[in-house]
Ligand binder design. Structure first.
Ligand code: AMP
Ligand code: MG
Length: 390
């Protein structure tokens, strides 16, 4: 059985790249840039005023100044500033020739029709041409995940549409005779399918498009049929359940029967030991154990980094160091373990009691996951741990 680190490496190494496409800026949140982007202009494009005030010469600051025009933002000045002159200028307007300072309105007084600077801040309040970016400068590089601020940068350099990697289409399949859909009332021996909605939400949060294919009964035919449909339409297919050693766990066998090359079928981790990963052509298949906590954790620690890589970026979740409030004892020393935790604002980290991997409710209190490496049997109260924010 391979370690978590080995599984992680195999999964990431297998990830190709999705196609490159153009996306309008309104559709770019969370997408990954496929090419470097250079600015098509200087920023600022001219010397601009950073304040509402009077543009004039520093040499004249002790004199009364004659106002010669008003310069709104978006208009070029029509007059240059000579000795003893000033122009009213608005924030973002082009500074007229001859002026080397803008005195903010609040620092001036109007006396006998002349403008006097009554306070000197020592600042010119001029944003100089190209001080932020020169035309031709690369402002964002390929592989950048687009957050609102990067989208603003793309807009400012006129990069709309942007060249981004296509969103992988990710299929979700639940397996299990015991499952019914959330809107149905369970009769004897049935439970609601919570994994599919959870996985679809996780896929969306990872920046991909989910497509739900329904519940496959625990028969080879049902699993095969739904796999066929999912693989026709999707780049990645996620199964939940049916990957273990039970009499009705058919997922690995059906993946193999469809010529999917299984790279691993078990990983030394808790939760989630029977985790399956395979590839065929440019398609990828994960079989995640059906227990809701296992499904959740395996997606976060293995599938999400994979999907982000498929979209051309490296997955870098937020990680914060915190301090354990209690000892944590691990039963299986040979496996890496992932545990739900709550990181408090004071930096303390609390572990939750959860009754095995079906206990998804415990996770609603958690805001992070801590990995306890294989080999470690215990973490002591007061020691620092790295919390991956979820
Ligand atoms: P399995 O991996 O198929 O052996 O399932 C392990 C456990 O997870 C069983 O108790 C299942 O009832 C439960 N389970 C499997 N699939 C789901 C699902 N889609 N939603 C909620 N629980 C599930
Ligand atoms: Mg099952």
């Amino acid at each position: 059985m391979i370690s978590f680190d080995e599984a992680y490496e195999i999964v990431l190494e297998s990830a190709g790249r999705t196609a490159v496409e153009d996306a309008a800026l309104g559709d770019c949140l969370g997408r990954v840039l496929a090419a470097d982007v250079a600015s098509d202009m200087d920023m600022p494009p001219h010397d601009l005023s950073a304040m509402d005030g009077f543009a004039c010469r520093q040499a004249d600051l002790d004199d009364g100044l004659t106002e010669i025009e008003t310069i709104p933002a978006g208009c070029m000045p029509t007059k240059s500033i000579g000795p003893g002159q000033c122009s009213r200028i608005m924030t973002g307007a082009v500074v007229p020739d001859g002026a080397d300072i803008v005195v903010m309105f609040e620092h001036t007084q109007d006396r006998d029709g002349l403008v006097y600077a009554v306070e000197k801040s020592g600042r010119t309040n001029i944003r100089c041409k190209a001080e932020d970016v020169h035309a031709g400068d690369v402002v964002l590089t390929a592989g950048t995940v687009l957050r609102p601020v990067e989208i603003a940068v793309l807009a400012s350099v006129g990069c709309d549409p942007a060249s981004v990697y296509a969103m992988p289409r990710v299929g979700v399949v639940a397996t299990g005779n015991e499952l019914i859909e959330p809107r149905q009332k369970p009769t004897a021996a049935k439970i609601r399918n919570s994994n599919s909605c959870q996985l679809c939400a996780q896929i969306q949060r990872a920046g991909c498009k989910p497509k739900y294919f329904g519940i496959a009964k625990d028969t080879p035919e049902a699993v095969d049929d739904i796999l066929g449909r999912a693989m026709d339409e999707c780049d990645v297919v996620l199964f939940s359940g049916g990957v273990s050693v039970g009499d009705y766990d058919f997922v690995p066998q059906i993946l193999r029967a469809n010529d999917i090359d299984l790279k691993f079928e078990k990983v030394r981790i808790k939760p989630g030991r029977p985790t399956v990963f395979g590839t065929k052509d440019n398609k990828y298949f994960f079989g995640l154990p059906g227990n809701p906590v296992s499904t959740f954790v395996l997606f976060e620690v293995l599938v999400r980094p994979f999907l982000v890589k498929l979209m051309g970026a490296d997955y870098r979740p937020g990680r914060i160091r915190g301090r354990l409030t209690k000892d944590v004892v691990k039963r299986k020393v040979d496996r890496a373990e992932f545990r739900p935790v709550r990181l408090e604002p004071d930096g303390s980290v609390n572990f939750f009691e959860y009754h095995g991997s079906a206990h998804i409710h415990a996770y609603t209190f958690a805001n992070g996951i801590v990995q306890i490496p294989a080999g470690a049997a215990k973490l002591n109260a007061g020691s620092d741990v790295q919390v991956t924010l979820i």
